[in-house]
Design a protein around this ligand. Structure first.
Ligand code: ZN
Ligand code: ZN
Length: 333
């Protein structure tokens, strides 16, 4: 059976709008196909042509025991049948070049960020337990919920900003912080080969400052802190979910070997589900940017929030959205 090429985004809705509803419609038809089909979709604009399902299943049988083997199969399945070489995945020329830009200095920054962040998280969690009061139970639960929603929105804002604007050529931030976003679109399974430090280093760096500020308050204002406990719980939930965003994102790309509790959380949409995140990975990567829980993706798409921001910024700066992302996607050598 030939896998039909996915429709171009412009065909999902009349007028070319990549409506969430229409994209979500694409989900169920894929649901019966097991992980490999999803891997194949995920690899980019996908499966351009032509690997057969039998071929894919054959590879899946070999690959199902280990994530890395599965990725190899998925990457192979994305080869261009026209003989022009692999289009998406680790063999893509742009992906190889971007992977080589991961430097020892960047690695050191990630290590320091992870150690600081997780130390502060443990410290704050321990001290926060002493400020909890039963009479604040409702506002504490509300604070935690609001923190998770805020983290989801922040993940969307950062992801949209890095996907849509800027360039790998920018000094310092280009190679260090924009590069991983470009790599992720042309080699989406690369993230599953990144270790814990590379996956979480950048997010840890972002949350170190609020966590350090919180630690200071917990120590210096300790007796009076129970008054502001719901607020501290909000900040803590925001920091935890913000820190774990890319880990959650990595899980949404992993089809083999996930712990059962992670699959449970994905299935109940507590964290970003795999099928949900696939909607973002349809070229030109212009919607569903929230990658913590994904709860805000549908409402933001409904009000065309990202498109609205892009029109304003394009009007003010003249910059074209996703110009750099397109450039890397089209790199062939
Ligand atoms: Zn993206
Ligand atoms: Zn992704």
């Amino acid at each position: 059976m030939l896998l039909p090429p996915p429709p171009p985004p412009s065909s999902l809705l009349p007028g070319g709008a990549p409506g969430a509803g229409a994209r979500a419609m694409a989900g169920p038809e894929l649901q019966d196909e097991a992980g490999l089909r999803e891997q194949q979709d995920e690899g980019g604009e996908r499966g351009r042509g032509g690997a057969t399902a039998e071929c894919a299943r054959g590879r899946a049988a070999v690959a199902s025991r280990a994530v890395s083997e599965a990725e190899a199969a998925a990457s192979a399945a994305q080869g261009d049948p026209d003989g022009a070489g692999p289009r998406w995945g680790a063999q893509h020329a742009g992906a190889r070049e971007l992977a080589e830009l991961y430097s020892p200095g960047k690695r050191l920054q990630e290590w320091i960020s992870v150690i600081l962040c997780f130390s502060l998280m443990s410290f704050n969690f321990y001290h926060l337990l002493f400020c909890l009061r039963l009479e604040h139970a409702f506002s504490i639960i509300f604070g935690i919920f609001a923190g998770i929603i805020t983290a989801d929105f922040a993940s969307g804002l950062v992801h949209w900003g890095a996907d849509t604007w800027g360039s790998v050529d920018l000094p310092i931030v280009g190679k260090a912080f924009i590069r991983p976003f470009r790599e992720h679109h042309i080699d989406p399974t690369a993230i599953t080969r990144h270790d814990f430090i590379e996956t979480n280093g950048d997010n840890c760096m972002l949350t170190v400052v609020p966590l350090a500020n919180m630690a200071y308050k917990l120590v210096s204002l300790s007796p009076a802190l129970h008054q502001s406990c719901p607020w501290e719980c909000y900040v803590f939930a925001l920091a935890i979910f913000g820190t774990l965003t890319n880990q959650i994102h990595k899980w949404s790309h992993t089809y083999f070997g996930l712990p059962r509790w992670v699959i449970f959380l994905q299935d109940w949409h507590v964290i970003l589900p795999r099928k949900h995140h696939r909607i973002h990975h349809v070229s030109p990567h212009e919607t569903y940017f929230c990658i913590t829980t994904g709860w805000l993706n549908y409402p933001l798409e409904k009000i065309r929030f990202w498109r609205f921001l892009e029109i304003i910024i394009q009007g003010l700066t003249g910059e074209k959205p996703r110009a750099d992302d397109m450039k890397w996607a089209q790199k062939i050598k």
